[in-house]
Design a protein around this ligand. Sequence first.
Ligand SMILES: C[S@@+](CC[C@H](N)C(=O)[O-])C[C@H]1O[C@@H](n2cnc3c(N)ncnc32)[C@H](O)[C@@H]1O
Length: 207
Amino acid sequence: MARILKDYPGVSLKTEDLDGKIDFVRIFGRSGPVHIEIGAGKGTFLLNQAKAESSDNYLGIEWARKYYRHAVDRIGRWGLTNVRIIRTDAAVFIADFVPDNSVDCFHIYFPDPWPKKRHHKRRFLCPANLEHLIRCLKAAGQLRIATDHAEYFEQIRTVVAARSDILEEIDFLPTTGAETGEWVGTNFERKYLKDQRPIYTLAAKKK
Ligand SMILES: C[S@@+](CC[C@H](N)C(=O)[O-])C[C@H]1O[C@@H](n2cnc3c(N)ncnc32)[C@H](O)[C@@H]1O
């Protein structure tokens, strides 16, 4: 029988409770480096990373209600106080609510590849969204991306390279919450590693 998923109001943020640009110190109840995961799924990366880096603050953005509810339930049960999650469209949320120079790292792991050509316009990593990520990153803030999709990865590299005036490519190091042999330790990475699919990674730092 499926487990009943609990809501934890301290974990889940609602856009209707936000008044203009987000104040991360108020949201987390403390200052500290801010990480945002776009497309957090069931929250596996958030859980392990927030546990490994307890002085950092993590905000997950997840569109799908089903995954969002799983993530809220898991974060609440783990008793993590440095993680929040919001159910919304990441592109709209970042454009409308995330202040300039406020984020230390964006994590985008296995974004939906929308493989059909007519759907490519739905891909999250596009020039317009990249502009907002750059705007929101602090100086020396990082953008970290992983995907199994070779063609989307090429597009991502092209989009990021077009802003080499402000983004410098750096080595992609495995996250501290990941297990041995993993880059980031998300559910999709675990599935793809089992299937022995290649995984492409990119990290860049704001100059
Ligand atoms: C392929 S899954 C990867 C999930 C997780 N990052 C992982 O690696 O296991 C992509 C996730 O991004 C979410 N997503 C796609 N577009 C989104 C958007 N615009 N805003 C927020 N979440 C989005 C989907 O609902 C889905 O959970």
